[in-house]
Design a protein around this ligand. Sequence first.
Ligand code: ZN
Ligand code: ZN
Length: 338
Amino acid sequence: MKAAVLNSIGHDLTMEEREIPVPGNNEVLIRQNFTGICYRDILTRDGFFPRVSLPIIPGHELSGIVESVGANVTHFKKGDRVASLIYLPCGHCRNCISGNENLCAFKKTLGEFLDGTYREYIAMDQRSLVKVPDGVPEELSTIAACVTGMATHALDTVAGISAEKKVLITGSGGGVGSHAIQIAKAYGAEVAAITSSEWKKEQLLKLGADHVIIASDNFSKDLKGIWPDGADIVMENTGSATFKESFRSLSFGGKMVVPGNLTPASPELPLGILILKGVTVAGSISSTRLDMEKALNMSKNGKIKPVIWDRILLKDVNSAMSDIKEKKNVGRVLIKFH
Ligand SMILES: [Zn+2]
Ligand SMILES: [Zn+2]
């Protein structure tokens, strides 16, 4: 099979021939229909994850049909539909045992320490897998860990979203943001979406956003025009670029959850406001299998619809990455294997 491989930081991926893997005792061989192109893959290529072990096959958004299973695998069988965490947790540490495997210090991320998903067949340890319920579109199972599961982790597990909350989402035209709007609405919250691209406004309203604000140097003022008390929850998907205004948008006791940062810069944290308003800033990393199951169940009920900008062939991955970096897309770009 063909695989796209990152051989050196800052350079295009190259197409190489690789063997279809044979699953180990605890592994499941998965045939993918799709994998997602994630901003993290671009950051990896550009050198933001310095510990990446080269050469590596990038990609971590994994779902598909079970082709075969190793000797110790009993929970999955040939023909099952599965989706995977973006990493392999150790399975034994305190965080793994308590169901917080996203916080496992020993986890190995696909496309960083383990060869990833930019290839049709991949063998993955059963510890990372969940079954995909009937009725979930294949595209939503592919993004159940890194997009919908990740947004569910940030909004629900970390920020404690509920129906009476006002939720501000930055970077809302991107792959994560466009699904996060739908997830926040599925929980019954009121949603304001921030985007830097005026042309994305119409689509964000269609996805369910109650308000759309075009990002500016003082969008917190625009937000206060809509919600005078501010936002109960801010999901900060872009990171440093919008952090200052997001922070100003928080209500008393509000909570900012930060699952992403698109630039290496670190923002200033105004401690006076942090203290006086009693706000919280919390990081959010990836998703657990429980988050994935919640996201898959919402996907099954049609509360989340896949926002897919394009389905490209593996050989076109380099130009697709350039387009994503230039924010030409609304929603996810997928690699289609057949
Ligand atoms: Zn991802
Ligand atoms: Zn662990």
